[in-house]
Design a protein around this ligand. Structure first.
Ligand SMILES: C[S@@+](CC[C@H](N)C(=O)[O-])C[C@H]1O[C@@H](n2cnc3c(N)ncnc32)[C@H](O)[C@@H]1O
Length: 250
């Protein structure tokens, strides 16, 4: 049997947001490797072994997937959203670069998924319609000083900003600090979108001016999108629409 590794994105939660290409890889797999809640999204079946592991063991998990594939298994490594966005694709490639020489000859594919940023943006309209950046607000894998620097420079460059991992129970103060920096650097009431558990039964969306944004509006299941100075709200009888125009006047 020829082994392979597919590193796939399961999308933000809803079944119908998983791509057909990922569904096919899951159907062909002998082994699923991933973080516990993502592996829990895969239906068990005969001939499929589920390997669920804890959050902070990405490199061990990657090496395990590569070892299984080198023994002939058809391995799918699962991430939520897109596997290349703050997720397993980079971890597996890091393991390949630093691992056994024959891992480089394996059939390794990255299959994209719908990332939480795009799923959230689509729910409210088109807040990322012009230039934007995405920042992971967790300081588990980088120093907080770098996050602050990137926030200030992104605000100065007038990007719309999408924040992953905004706030966890173990580091509640980081997002509070991030909001203070943005309120100071942006100095206006541009829209901020809090999209929680998008495309799941617990979905909740709120849109507030930056001046009213509060840390407790976000948790680890929330995507936060801060508009640029150009971002606009269309008020109407139903939920408002948010968009960032395609052009900026010279
Ligand atoms: C480690 S990152 C993984 C991102 C994932 N690879 C992606 O492309 O969406 C986890 C963060 O993604 C965001 N996220 C993931 N799923 C979400 C959803 N359904 N709704 C809102 N935010 C979500 C949250 O900010 C969460 O803290």
């Amino acid at each position: 049997m020829t082994g392979w590794v597919a590193i796939v994105g399961l999308g933000p939660g809803a079944e119908n947001l998983i791509t057909p290409e990922v569904t096919q890889a899951l159907a062909e797999a002998t082994d699923i490797v991933g973080y516990i809640p993502y592996v829990a999204r895969i239906a068990p079946r005969d001939g499929l072994t589920l390997h669920a592991s804890d959050n902070r063991v990405e490199l061990d998990r990657s090496r395990h997937a590569l070892e299984l594939a080198s023994l002939g298994a058809r391995v799918v490594v699962v991430s939520s959203g897109d596997p290349g966005v703050f997720a397993m694709a980079a971890a597996v490639l890091e393991a390949v670069e630093n691992g056994a020489a024959d891992w480089r000859d394996l059939d390794i594919r990255v299959l994209p998924g719908i990332t939480a940023m795009l799923a959230t943006a689509a729910r409210v309209g088109a807040p990322l319609g012009h230039d934007f950046c995405a920042i992971n607000l967790s300081d588990n894998l980088k120093p907080w000083s770098l996050i602050e620097k990137r926030l200030r420079l992104a605000a100065e460059a007038d990007f719309a900003m999408a924040f992953y991992n905004p706030r966890s129970k173990s580091r509640p103060e980081g997002f509070e600090r991030a909001l203070m920096i943005l309120q100071e650097a942006c100095g206006d009431a541009r829209p901020v979108i809090f999209g929680r558990a998008i495309s799941t039964p617990e979905e909740h969306i709120s849109i507030v001016p930056l001046t009213d944004a509060r840390p407790e509006m976000a948790d680890m299941r929330t995507m936060v999108i801060v508009g640029s100075s150009q971002t606009r709200i269309i008020k109407r009888s139903g939920a408002p629409l948010v968009y960032t125009p395609r052009s900026v006047a010279p």
